[in-house]
Ligand binder design. Structure first.
Ligand code: KIV
Ligand code: NA
Length: 266
């Protein structure tokens, strides 16, 4: 199986084709998603929420990202593995961004990094690119800046569309191979996809972007409760697991498990 490379994502855009991206944080889901044909696996710092149970991505460390990324890399044969630089690992200086990205590449075996950066941190992105590390940008709603942005708000509406475009252009000019557009007006996203040479990857950004990305626990219904508008749930894994575990608890209580076929004799 031929590996997905960053150049294939550019080819998809140039050919008017789409690609899929999904988060993954462990070897087993990475294998399932890889075999199902997901082109890009994102080891997102959303693992702060989905795996570690935090309220935000801010507590996530470089060590967390390296541990979970290495697990994902061990599960894939085809998918391109992209890893988030966590909050606090790249903002100080271009040098700090390079150091953090190098550690991720060296210690996890991942294929690229993603940075929540637009115009303001374009120099940091450029330094990582110069180090030979492919970078995916991330603009629009950037969860690491939740407090600065005033909470979960749709970005790029009206006048703000201009800044969104400047941010996306800045990371393209800094050498990014793609850019995530998170929770932005579909109209603004369509304009960015159209004006940029590199592919955009949408999450809550309409259907004009070259790529789409979702958080796997949302998409497979492992997480329950109120979902953002942009999530489509393709399964209800929490319900499946709840039913199964209730069955297990009942069987243990009644003595129905373990049965003879689960037991050793002699
Ligand atoms: O961390 C993450 O899962 C992400 C995607 C939502 C783009 O950054
Ligand atoms: Na992220």
């Amino acid at each position: 199986i031929a590996r997905v490379r960053t150049l294939h994502l550019q080819r998809a855009k140039d050919a008017g084709e789409k690609f899929s991206m999904l988060t993954s944080y462990d070897t087993l889901t990475a294998g399932i998603f890889d075999r199902a044909g997901v082109d890009v696996l994102l080891v997102g710092d959303s693992l702060g929420n989905t795996v570690l149970g935090h309220e935000s991505t801010l507590p996530v460390t470089l060590e967390h990202m390296i541990t979970f990324s290495a697990a994902v890399v061990r599960g894939v044969q085809r998918s391109l593995v992209v890893v988030d630089l966590p909050f606090g690992s790249y903002e100080e200086s271009p040098d700090q961004a390079v150091r953090s990205a190098v550690r991720i590449m060296k210690e996890s075996g991942a294929h690229a990094v993603k940075i929540e950066a637009g115009e303001a941190l374009a120099e940091h992105v450029a330094a990582v690119v110069r180090a030979g590390i492919p970078v995916m940008g991330h603009v629009g709603f950037t969860p690491q800046s939740e407090h600065a942005l005033g909470g979960f708000r749709i970005q790029g509406r009206g006048e703000a569309g201009e800044q969104l475009l400047r941010d996306a252009r800045a990371v393209q000019d800094a050498g990014c191979f793609a850019v995530v557009l998170e929770m932005v007006s579909a109209d603004a996203a369509a304009r960015v996809e159209d004006e940029l040479r590199i592919p955009t990857v949408g999450i809550g950004a309409g259907n004009v972007t070259t790529g789409q990305v979702l958080v796997w626990q949302d998409m497979l219904g492992l997480r329950t409760g109120k979902m953002p508008r942009f999530v489509k749930q393709y399964a209800q894994l929490a319900q499946v697991a709840d039913d199964a575990v209730r069955g297990y608890v009942a069987d243990v209580r009644s003595g129905a498990f373990p049965a003879e076929e689960h037991s050793y004799r002699g």
